[in-house]
Write a protein that binds this ligand. Structure first.
Ligand code: GLU
Length: 468
């Protein structure tokens, strides 16, 4: 094991066009593990599939990571750029006797498999060239295959799954370099992880079998094997493997739903990892607490109720500047224009009251509607019903009262109560026309919170607009 080396982790996505929520969690785990230990977190784009690996597809992943607030060390590494190095390692393995040239053609291998299947034998292809006399080798196109051990076992000592044993007889001599000279994925991953100095490979457990094959390459080269931690995949709320059917699978979709990045970091960290009963925490705590021991073996389920809860907690404790930044990013994610300076100036004094109640950014902005609109306030139909003749008269009286009241909640509330009582009406009945006048809606934050946020001049002007 390699625990004494400084920690180097990596996230190695294949560009698919967006950052999957599972990929985001893998990246987060690697980031937390490295950042909590003064280590490095590297990024490698597995871009050997040239058709899918467009600059846009790569950029979408970088953008997702940036949105989530995960910074990486150095430049992202392109796997494709390392092709020559991968081939060089395959040749080094030929030299040291852990690999061999295989001249079997695709047709021969296919024919072997067909026959083995028909005869009910194992279809594991064993190349006739494995033990061929090097002096007798033909000249011509050939693959380079690993001379994998035929006996014994390969054990993945996994930090999450425990020791997972693979019988070597079940693992074929995998191709390292194809006959067209291109390296295979399995070789590329090992060479890249070795060259990047990766000490801990934290990734989805769909790669567990790959780890056994990769370990054989490490052994063939005499390289240090990194610590492997294969984490269970994320499942949907119904316990089935997460798919589009469950709704959002791309991180950008969560950004557009208005969950702040800080909340996503907290929520994703808890998706498969735990630290006692702690559900709500900040980055510093997550960095200090995160460890491979806390990763569970059972797949974690997406739970939107929990996510809302985590989101509300983060919104409530966010400083104004951070919250405004999150709002700006949310609007950008949905294609909404940025808030104007005027809107921000009106929103700021309202934030304290708003953030205590909102679970998501759109919920907060919906309640902030009164602060974002300009006069004349457009009154929605439902709210307009509260603006009858009596109510308009009350607004007139209120206008006069608030013009002279000192601008604090108690006085404003006392004035509204007094005027209501003189009409035989409770505060609730007075609030309805006030909501209509100040926000144009029937569902709003407290009328006094709105007045305090809008200030005297704007409040008086809005009341006068609707007063009878
Ligand atoms: N590129 C692989 C994927 O996107 C990850 C490989 C790895 O982490 O070793 O699933």
């Amino acid at each position: 094991m390699t625990d004494s080396r400084p920690v180097v982790t990596r996230f190695a996505p294949s560009p698919t066009g967006y950052l999957h929520i599972g990929g985001a969690r893998t990246a987060l785990f690697n980031w937390l593990y490295a950042r909590g230990r003064g280590g490095k977190f590297l990024l490698r784009i597995e871009d050997t599939d040239r058709a899918r690996s467009t600059p846009e597809a790569t950029e979408a992943i970088l953008q997702g990571l940036r949105w989530l607030g995960l910074d990486w060390d150095g430049e992202p590494v392109s796997q494709f750029a390392g092709v020559a190095r991968h081939a060089e390692v395959a040749r080094a393995m030929l030299e040291n006797g852990t690999a061999y040239k295989c001249f079997s053609t695709a047709e021969e291998i296919e024919a072997f498999r067909e026959k083995a299947k028909a005869e009910g034998r194992s279809t594991l292809f064993l190349s006739p060239w494995r033990d061929a006399d090097p002096a007798s080798l033909p000249d011509g196109p050939h693959a380079i295959r690993l001379k994998a051990p035929r006996d014994g076992e390969t054990v993945v000592r996994d930090a999450v799954q425990g020791d997972v044993t693979f019988g070597n007889a079940q693992l074929d001599d995998m191709v390292l370099l194809r006959s067209d000279g291109t390296p295979t994925y399995m070789l590329a991953v090992v060479v890249d992880d070795h060259d990047m100095g990766v000490t801990h490979v934290i990734r989805g457990d769909d790669h567990l079998t790959n780890a056994a094959r990769q370990i054989q390459i490490y052994q063939a080269m005499g390289w240090d094997i990194p610590v492997f931690a294969h984490i269970p995949l994320i499942h949907g709320p119904d316990g089935k493997k997460l798919s589009k059917r469950h709704g959002a699978v791309g991180l950008h979709e969560y950004a557009a739903m208005g969950y702040p990045a800080a909340a996503m970091r907290n929520y994703l960290a808890r998706l498969g990892w735990s630290h006692g009963d702690d559900e709500l925490f900040d980055d510093a705590q997550a960095r200090a607490w995160f460890d491979l021991d806390g990763i569970g073996k059972a797949p974690a389920r997406l739970d939107f109720k929990k996510l809302e809860h985590v989101s509300g907690w983060h919104i409530a404790r966010m400083g104004d500047a951070e919250l405004l930044e999150e709002i700006a990013r949310f609007r950008a994610a949905t294609g909404a224009p940025p808030l104007s300076g005027r809107q921000i100036a009106r929103l700021l004094p309202a934030l304290e009251a708003l953030k205590a109640k909102a679970k998501t950014l759109p919920a907060l902005l919906d309640q902030a509607h009164f602060a974002l609109i300009d006069r004349p306030v457009a009154v929605e139909e439902k709210a307009a019903a509260a603006l009858d003749t009596v109510s308009r008269g009350i607004l007139t009286e209120l206008t006069a009262a608030v013009q002279n009241a000192s601008w604090d909640r108690n006085e404003l509330e006392a004035a509204a109560k007094r005027i209501g009582e003189s009409h035989g009406l409770g505060l609730g009945k007075v609030a309805a026309p006030l909501r209509a006048a100040l926000a144009g809606r029937s569902s709003t934050p407290s009328v006094f919170d709105m007045m305090l946020a809008l200030g005297r001049d704007e409040t008086v002007a809005r009341l006068q607009d609707q007063a009878g």
